[in-house]
Ligand binder design. Structure first.
Ligand SMILES: [Zn+2]
Length: 156
């Protein structure tokens, strides 16, 4: 935390965020980049790879900002961008046990829904009510586990 490199990268992201249009904003996924920077900054002292990724990301962001300034962002290859971010995320997941919020949500919602439907049917004897209750339970359970992960700073 309080990592100098990370702070600089975050500053570049914040600067760029308000200077690109919505389509570029979504394609670059600035929210994800910020979460990735924060995650990396937690491990820079203990992990050489994270340290390396963070340095690389800073250089890359500076390059992106240059492309933005010179009006080249629109014709950029976003597949390469996504691949870059994906590589870093896969390191964080593999070596530091970080979980993606979408994944934990996707796991817990069906489990919660199944339990909810069984319980709902047992209690109300109505399949419609059971399904509605089940889906509601599923989303609640998914949400609770999801925020739990986020609290422990394990989500990307
Ligand atoms: Zn690492």
């Amino acid at each position: 935390m309080g990592n100098l490199k990370a702070n600089k990268s975050i500053a570049i992201v914040k600067w760029m965020k308000y200077r690109v249009n919505e389509s570029v904003f979504n394609k670059l996924d600035f929210f994800l980049i910020e979460r990735v920077i924060n995650a990396l900054s937690n491990y820079t002292y203990e992990c050489e790879t994270c340290n390396h990724h963070l340095g690389e990301l800073e250089e890359y962001l500076l390059d992106l900002e240059f492309q933005r300034k010179t009006g080249k962002l629109r014709s950029m290859d976003y597949r390469q961008h996504k691949q870059k971010i994906r590589n870093i995320i896969s390191h964080l997941k593999k070596e530091h046990d970080l979980k993606s919020s979408a994944r934990s949500f996707n796991i817990f919602v069906p489990i919660g829904t199944a339990i909810g439907i069984i319980l709902g049917f047992y209690l109300s004897q109505s399949i419609i009510l059971a399904i509605i209750g089940g889906i509601f339970t599923g989303i609640t359970v998914g949400y609770v586990y999801d925020t739990d992960y986020q609290k422990n700073d394990l989500t990307l």
